[in-house]
Design a protein around this ligand. Structure first.
Ligand code: DMJ
Length: 617
């Protein structure tokens, strides 16, 4: 009896309550509320995230924030800079960097106060006059002829991008001549580094003795990320020798035999012969800024350095057609390295995606914005000839593929899809900050890696009528694993594992958001930047500064006692420029070096061209 009576009694009781006028309004609204919640939950989990993304709806709503709110946010970034810089001044100046947990200091870049030099132009842009005056005093007093640490040897690449870049950029903005004099003082003590037949610099130099150090095999990023600084130095001092330093490196790159690497520069180079070695290709560590400087040197010289543009087009064609992949589950676009050429013509992809590579979306977007990619005749370039098979081997294939596309469009798609992935690596973490390195779980046991290339997905999408979003470009829902899922390894839905879980206060993702925001006007990039800033405030702030994180996988995140100078030079600068309503550095008038130091675009006069013997222009 109980089996049938009870349910009936229950149903009758419910019906009575439902129809009783006393309970009706409350009950009905709760019921409909519940139904709505269930519907929303189902929609959230079943509908493809590309079309309905609640997270991005939230972000879009945020994007409608008023200009006052954005200015207030920019002000908060300024205060973050002040907090970091004052902490450095108080506990570490004039040493290189602050240790933000122990309130200690470290001399890791010559002991000349790298944080001061790297921060100069940001301080100026933020209008921090007192801090600027104090920084000038440090700059004036620095003795560049003695380097502290590393046995007295100054690492060339870091010294150029941080110190020389900071000085020149602050000079360009403030016109304080002392800054230019100090930039030249520095260039003079560094100069013995160029004692190679190829004109490519050694790894380090002793500024006291002029002795240089480093293997005969140089690393791409370290030997060819100086063209902007030295060309600008030549321009403002009128001294030819600085231009020749930059020009020698560009000419060696342009002469190199790149048949085996399909027109792309590998990581290793012989400094004597000026020839590339091996097949290791990357846009991340050890390679990044060398590719970046091809575009930026062309832009800085008011689009006169055509050779740099040709090399840029070869590099980007290779990257887009051979190094960009798409993940199987969430269809995340990523760029990876290729390790050797034994397995496959193009080299075995590692499927590692580095935070450092997140500068690439910004570079591609900047190129798409500033170059006549679909009218290259205008720049005196025949796109087809750039991939000549006899000289550049399998590059020909990539050029053939891209000829069928609107080049501006495909560069922008590549930029947007990579930036989406960079963003998700942040949004996927409980800390809201991105790991230094991930590895995509792309499995290709039974089919060649080629099948997972991003360009293949684009081809397929186009063949099937280009319906739906461009592969990789759509917004996706973040997948945040709970502590239990993380520890048990049972989390599902992500298509990568973390290889280096730390967040080192790096700028690359924000740098790309900044350029995408300027180029596309899509406020989602700005809104995401704000979300990242909030995470920086929450997770990395200490009483004396901001600290790198050992892992992004938990909140609160465990900290590391380090505040690299690029956090002030780049990360906070890009944030501020993006959030504030003003644009003091329009992309067609200023070009950022790889450490975010802006240099003004300039034209060479005919006399300068002659005086500098510029065969290139
Ligand atoms: C910066 O020092 C520069 O951007 C460099 O080119 C590589 N990345 C670091 C910060 O991550």
């Amino acid at each position: 009896m109980l089996g049938t009576e009870l349910p009936n009694m229950f149903t009758r009781k419910c019906s009575r309550i439902w129809h009783s006028s006393r309970h009706r309004p409350l009950l009905r609204s709760s019921f409909y509320g519940l139904v709505l919640l269930i519907a929303l939950y189902t929609l959230y989990h079943l509908v493809p995230r590309s079309t309905t993304d609640f997270f991005s709806d939230f972000l879009n709503a945020e994007a409608d924030a008023s200009p006052e709110i954005w200015n207030e946010r920019a002000e908060q970034v300024k205060q973050a800079f002040v907090h970091a810089y004052h902490g450095y001044e108080r506990y570490a100046s004039p040493n290189d960097e602050l240790k933000p947990i122990s309130r200690g200091k470290i001399n890791n870049f010559n002991g000349w106060g790298v944080t001061v030099f790297d921060s100069l132009d940001t301080i100026y842009l933020l209008g921090l006059n007192d801090e600027f005056e104090r920084a000038l005093t440090v700059v004036k007093q620095t003795n560049f002829s003695i380097s502290v640490g590393n046995d007295g040897f100054a690492p060339y690449f870091e010294t150029v991008i941080r110190y020389l870049g900071g000085l020149l950029s602050a000079y360009a903005l403030s016109k304080d001549h002392m800054l230019l004099e100090r930039a030249e003082d520095l260039a003079v003590v560094l100069d013995p580094i160029f004692d190679t037949p190829s004109g490519m610099p050694f790894y380090s130099v002793n500024p006291t003795t002029g002795e240089h150090r480093g293997p005969e095999i140089g690393i791409l990023a370290e030997i060819s990320s100086l063209q902007m600084e030295y060309t600008y130095l030549a321009k403002v001092t009128g001294r030819k020798q600085y231009f020749q330093r930059a020009d020698a490196v560009s000419k060696t790159l342009a002469r190199a035999k790149l048949r085996d690497t399909g027109g792309m520069f590998p990581i290793q180079w012989n400094l004597t012969s000026g020839e590339p070695i091996g097949y290791r290709l990357s846009v991340g560590a050890q390679a990044d800024s060398a590719h970046e400087y091809l575009l930026k040197q062309y832009l800085l010289t008011a689009k006169t350095d055509k050779t740099s543009l040709e090399m840029y087009l070869r590099a980007t064609t290779h990257i887009i057609t051979n190094l960009m992949y798409i993940s199987p589950t969430r269809h995340l676009a990523y760029v990876t390295d290729s390790a050797t050429s034994t397995f496959w013509e193009l080299g075995e992809p590692t499927h590692i995606f580095e935070h450092l590579s997140c500068f690439l979306p910004g570079m591609l977007a900047l190129g798409a914005h500033t170059l006549p990619l679909d009218n290259l005749d205008e720049a005196g370039i025949n796109f087809r000839n750039l991939g000549d098979q006899a000289t550049f081997g399998y590059a020909a294939k990539g050029f053939k593929t891209l000829r069928n596309y609107n080049l501006t469009e495909i560069h922008l798609w590549a930029a947007e899809s990579l930036a989406q992935t960079c963003w998700l690596t942040y949004a996927d973490q409980p800390s809201g900050l991105g790991p230094d390195e991930i590895m995509m779980k792309t499995i290709h046991h039974d089919s060649p890696p080629e099948n997972y290339l991003w360009i293949k997905a684009i081809e397929k999408w186009r063949k099937s009528g280009a319906r739906g979003p461009v592969p990789g470009v759509a917004d996706r829902r973040p997948v945040v694993y709970s502590e239990r899922e993380r520890l048990s390894g049972k989390g599902v839905g992500r298509d990568y594992v973390l290889r280096k879980p730390g967040y080192l206060l790096r700028p690359e993702t924000l740098e790309s958001f900044y350029i995408l925001w300027r180029v596309t006007g899509d406020s989602k990039w700005r809104t995401r930047a704000w979300a990242i800033f909030e995470a920086i405030e929450r997770e990395t702030k200490t009483p004396s500064g901001y600290a790198s994180l050992r892992s992004v996988e938990m909140s609160p995140a465990p900290k590391e006692d380090s505040m690299p100078s690029y956090f002030l030079a780049e990360t906070l600068k890009y944030l501020y420029l993006m959030l504030s309503g003003k644009d003091p550095l329009p992309l067609n008038e200023w070009v950022f070096n790889t450490e975010a130091h802006p240099f003004p675009v300039f034209e060479w006069s005919e006399e300068e061209k002659k005086a500098f013997e510029m065969s290139n222009t």
